[in-house]
Ligand binder design. Sequence first.
Ligand code: FUC
Length: 555
Amino acid sequence: MRYSAAMKLLEGSKGLLPLKSDTSAGFSVRSAKRIVIVLTGATDYNIEKLDFNTSKDPFRICMDKITNASRYNSRELKKIHEQDHRQMFDRVKFSLGEDTNKETPTDERLNKIKEGGADDNLIPVYFQYGRYLLMNSSRKPGVLPANLQGIWNDQFDAPWNADFHTNINLQMNYWPAEVCNLPETSEILTGFMEKLTLPGTVTAKEMYGADGWTLHHLTDPFGRTGVADGVWGITPMDGPWMTFPVYEHFLFTADTAFLKDRAYPMLKGAAEFVLDFLVESPEGYLVTNPSHSPENNFRVPETGEVSALTYAATTDIELVNALFDYCIEAAGILGKDKEFVSHLLEAKRRLPPIKINSKGVIQEWIKDYDEPEPGHRHMSHLLGLYPMAQFTPETPELFNAAKATIERRLSFGGGHTGWSRAWIVNLFARLQDGEKAYENLMGLLRKSTLTNLFDTHPPFQIDGNFGGTAGIAEMLIQSHNGIIRLLPAIPEAWKTGEVEGLCARGGFVISMNWDEGKMQNAKIFSPRGGKCRVEYDGKQQKISLKAGEEKTISF
Ligand code: FUC
């Protein structure tokens, strides 16, 4: 790989300095009150091929960018940047009453929270910051998706190679994309996923003799889809899982052309892989094998040994169920693939059930194994609660067991990485427990957030920012399983608030404000037209909208 970087002093006491091209070059500035430096970098990477393009000259690219930027002064550059992102950023407004601390520096505000104080008006700042980070990591056509550090990796040898971990982290990066009205960002992910299906087909065929495509627990800009990192890598179900953010784009936008041309072919390929990969277990179920519950271990009862690999870890059963459900739903909408759908239905009937174990929690593995690390950071057997919607108040036993599962994880020190705590915020929001969601959001700020509001694993890892932003949205609005729920999980502390422009599945945009914890006004807008059910405080309403119509909802 070839790379280059360049910088130029744009404004300063000595005026413009010539660009130095070699890496050891630099410049010194003396007696300057204020300087403005433009800097850039480039490589010969070619995203279209997920490979290098040696005919690209990174230094030339840098020079062009610097020359272009140098045509403007710093005020103009700032204006160009603001114009570039404002139209996306301003789609969502969020406040929790008047922010009287606006002028206080962010680090001081955060420190106050870390010391046990309250400053709830920092929540909208944190929320909008997450949207900003996602927009800037993943907005313009031709860029890679947001990696573990977004675009803010500052190390040559970055933690976890600044790659794309696909057993929670890359998915979490895109949790806020749709609900927070940034659909362009998830299109970047879709484009990348489409490219991965090619090497993913080779992996499916060569490793498993299967049709379709898949990938394992991480990938990179060069399209890795095989196993990496030893035993943790043996999880071919991350291909199916990575199709869900793509399908969510359809669910939120109701764009059937996107479904037909982009989401459905990807989902179908993932389902073809799974159909071939499933084998019959000793109990007569159709199961994934090998299988593991991401990065967690159990004790083998006969020997007491610690092991990771089994068959049909609960997460896999949830993933297969969701994948098949989405495929069946999509094929129905598109009116195609009747025979394929009947295969999926047949296989679904033969999957193992989700069990509640002897401790009253969702059983993580096919058997009720003892767990050496009960506070483990991953909670993959709760995917069925969030981001999927398999455990709901309509399945009370699983719903309550899911709650007990999180509580058990937390009681053993769970949620100790930023992303893990952010996931817990979303899980409690889905349980419609606003107080617990809030408590864990505060935990995220207190224990896993750096002074500039970056999330920390530790070290700095951006997924917790995106998970945290999605969690706040999930407290304000939910739209799974055919109902749009308004303020489903707000805590006592958020008595007054206003939010504008959050998105709901079905292609709706919601704005609302509340006072003394009670809804005042709610509005729903539909760009494409459609019908939905909206619920607030246990009361439901059916609403029908024409394309471009907005209605006020009163409860
Ligand atoms: C997953 C997590 C780790 C870390 C890594 C990048 O494998 O288990 O905690 O976040 O991704």
